[in-house]
Design a protein around this ligand. Sequence first.
Ligand code: UT7
Length: 317
Amino acid sequence: MKKAALVSIAAYAPQKILTNAELEKMVETSDEWIVKRTGIHSRHIAEDESLTSMALKAGKLALERSGLEKNEIDCLICATVTPDFFCMPSTAAQVASELGLGSIMAFDISAACSGFVYLLEVAKSLVESGAKKNVLIIGADKFSSIVDYSDRSICVLFGDGAGAGVVSVASSDNHIIATHCASDGSKGELLMTPKDGRNVGFVKMSGNEVFKIAVNTLTNDVVELLEKSGIASSQIDLFIPHQANLRIIKAVQERLGLSEAKCVVTVGEYGNTSAASIPMAMNTAYEDGRLKAGSLILLDAFGGGFTWGSALLRFGR
Ligand code: UT7
């Protein structure tokens, strides 16, 4: 059977930065509380920029870095829960057109903060089955469009951004070794956007409950994935988790017995960017030289739905 590889990674963060000091002027909070409870110092905010334009910028760079021609991409999938258009058209179809990819299959998936891990599993399946050869995957979210900036329990947590990669037929030992995606809709109300008339309402979260479930679920999920793959945590070159809260990241990292040096942390700069969080963190590690072709990486994610998952792969062509 063919194997699938993540051959490129890229990201885009909007220019405007919203600091903890600015939030102190907007709601009753403090830099000290935010840093201690979350590890977040700032987040990037899209302002006038659309979700599609952020997705486009990340997707374009991922395509360039893949070394492929536009006409070699035969599918584009976008994970987002904050699209520009409610219902349709999909972000993926818009980005495919703007990138000039022709009339390829293009669709969106909704898996909140687990979006990128879900994308990897779907793209892997399409490539391994032979249905597609090169799939452009984009995780993008603009939470500023659903955050109530008078709600201190939410507005300090989220930021905007996009991340992208290309999944192709593997041509070496570098490939996606295993993915696991799961959900539990019975807990959906703990992290949701209740409908406000005909409009999408603001995001609401029972933070403390979500925190405890996320730590337990993620730790069990990554341990199980490693066991099933026959890989010891000591073999991992980089752990690149979903960036929601530094305390969640540390809890899983410590349970895996990994050093801080092996753990990629970008939550301090970007906050929680939902589906963009993992590829943005991967891109940071790629650009600073930690993530190289052949690096063995472990990803984990947990988000609204609930959805969660993990992935194990050797990066690059
Ligand atoms: O990516 C999707 C998945 N999401 C997550 O994984 C996020 C999971 N949850 C979390 O990261 C944490 O639960 C939070 C960062 C959201 C909250 O931290 P916490 O340690 O669980 O705090 P808490 O919700 O238990 O609140 C503690 C106190 C409360 O005050 P009282 O009731 O003890 O007087 C809150 O009202 O902190 C208060 N509080 C704040 N204080 C200052 C809540 N937000 C703020 C704030 N500034 N921004």
